[in-house]
Write a protein that binds this ligand. Sequence first.
Ligand code: CMP
Length: 144
Amino acid sequence: QRERTFIAVKPDGVARGLVGEIIARFEKKGFVVVGLKQLTPTKELAEAHYAEHKERPFFGGLVSFITSGPVVAICLEGKGVVAAARLMIGVTNPLASAPGTIRGDYAIDVAKNIIHGSDSVESSTRELKLWFADNELLAVATPN
Ligand code: CMP
C-alpha cells in the first residue's frame, strides 16, 4: 500500500550536518521525497505537532528545543513507508536503538534524537497537514 509519512530532521540533526545522510538513506531504500523544506517552527506549530505530549513534564523543553533553529521537514512516499521509516529511525531513546538505525548510529540523547517520524498513518495525515500546504507536496510521485 503506497503511503505518505512526515519526517523532520530536528535542529540538532540539521546543526550537525546530518540532513544529506538521512535523506540518502530513505532514497536508497526506495522511498520518494515528495515534499521538502527548511523552516524554524513557530511555537504554535510545535505545540500543535506535539499536542499528545502536552501533559508530559518534558513538554516545555521539547517545544523550546524544536523551535530553537531550522528543521528540515520531509514528506516521503512509498509502499509501507510509515512503519518502515520508523524501523529505519529506531526507537525514541537513541541508546536503545539498534546500530544501523538512524538514531542508533548518530545519537545518544532522548531529547536530542535528531529525527522525527510519524507513528501511524493517522498521525502522518495530521502532521503533514500541519507542516505542509497541499501545493508544497507533489501530487504524483514517480515510483522507484
Ligand atoms: P519524537 O519521536 O519526536 O516524539 C516525542 C519526542 O519527545 C521524542 O521524539 C523525544 O525527542 C521527546 N522525548 C521523549 N521522552 C523524553 C524525555 N524523557 N525527555 C525529553 N524529551 C523526551
